[in-house]
Design a protein around this ligand. Sequence first.
Ligand code: GTP
Ligand code: MG
Length: 523
Amino acid sequence: VNCLNSVQRTFRRSAGTERGAVQTEGTLGEDSGEKDGPKSFYELMADRQEQAEKSVLISCQSRTSEKKFLNFLSKHGDIKKHFFYESYGVYAVVEFACRDNVVSLLESAAIPSVSHESMVPFKSRLLSLRNHSSGESPSLPCQPQTTVPINELIQRLSREESVDEQISSLTEAYQLREENSRLRFLVCSLLKDIAAAYFPECTIKPFGSSVNGFGKLGCDLDMFLDLDTISGKNLKTPKSGLSLEYQMKRTNSERHVTQSILSVIGECVDHFGPGCVGVQKILNARCPLVRFAHQPSGFQCDLTANNRVAMKSTELLYLYGELDPRVRSLVFTIRCWARTHGITSSIPGAWISNFSLTVMVLFFLQKRSPPIIPTLDCLRDLAEQLLTDFFEFYATFPFSRMSLNIRKGKEQNKPEVAPLHIQNPFETSLNVSKNVNSSQLDRFVALCQESAWLLQQSETRTPTGVGGKHTTKPWGLATLLLPSQVAGVKGRKKRKPHHASERIKSLLESLKSKNDGKKNSDS
Ligand code: GTP
Ligand code: MG
């Protein structure tokens, strides 16, 4: 990670760009403050956390006047940024110039007087606006927080003129927006206020796709309760003289501490957390967590504790994504392709996870000749070829014998039996994709073969149909997102019988039998 950090800084200096120019839209760094040179991942995280601490989340009636609303709030201080979005009603995120403004605002808010139900008098920065005046205003302008449906995406891609543009367009449509990123940090900050009842100096940080640059609108919110921020933690006891230390409860393992902290905070979120529903405590998992839905934001949340390795891998992916915009674009494209064909799923199971898939893309980029991460310049010419080559690379990869190692950028003999073996870059004895079974891997390989083949066909390689808005014929990347022809692949049932080209079928059969033959000889 340190090495990547320095590559990133060097690149930005040599490219003569400022941080804002290098970081693409929707990533962590956009619009997060000063423009004086590159910042580290942690500095950017800290900026976003600071913004979130000065923000409030307010449920509004859609017909409220925006001007009146802002006038009303600005009595408590200057508003630095605000926006509206919809999630079970209209909400506003409002960032004030300083925390005192938020304190003043909260002091002016009342406890609701509802007689027919009891409620927990828990005050937080999640509020409701009551509008007692009459008269209707136009609907508040809402920022979209979800992605376009797949059919609309296919149409949108088919209207582009090159695969390169299709890839950019897909990334543009899927990536997290500035507002969505702010909302994620705000939800963490609101939860921190709940956890702070027990641990006043704790922080809750987002990790995973919310901040690694590969997040798609609507992805889950992975959070990590950080107790290392509790002051005095690293204070050294002096060698002579008197000193004091806190008396603390001891338990038999670090895991047990994590479980009991999450258990208590999970209860608190369940009973007192406004807007938090469906709380599940999953404490016996390899990585214990509390899962719930945060209704005001619409985020599915996973709260973990003591999860420093995940934070490091998040930073690693972020840095890789920042090295060249095409890294993110290829990851977005492959993730979308995999999700469309049911290679990945939002439900936990034996399938390849988005995280594993991302590591596979990075490994592929390292294996390019010349390697694409971290070399940059020669990439411009390769953009379109990259997608085809990705599919070819994994269509023929010797999964039965080899493991992927992104520390070395090499494949190596598998240290243990598992259909897919991807070495964990931080805990090298572990397999990131241990959960994946052989039929899921076979589906992935079969789809890679089909997609590589489709991209090479003249009918799919260039735009074909010029038509009205709704009649553009899918081509290029759009073709890859249509239901698959590969035997055994989930999308097959949906296939219309006449849609299949006999040529595709026979080629796939031959690829399949070649692959089976190879597998037998491998084993
Ligand atoms: P989404 O599918 O968009 O949520 O992608 P994600 O990257 O957020 O994946 P997920 O929510 O499954 O996991 C969150 C983070 O946990 C990942 O980004 C990784 O940093 C880490 N992680 C997930 N799975 C593994 C694993 O098997 N091993 C290790 N070491 N870390 C993992
Ligand atoms: Mg996630």
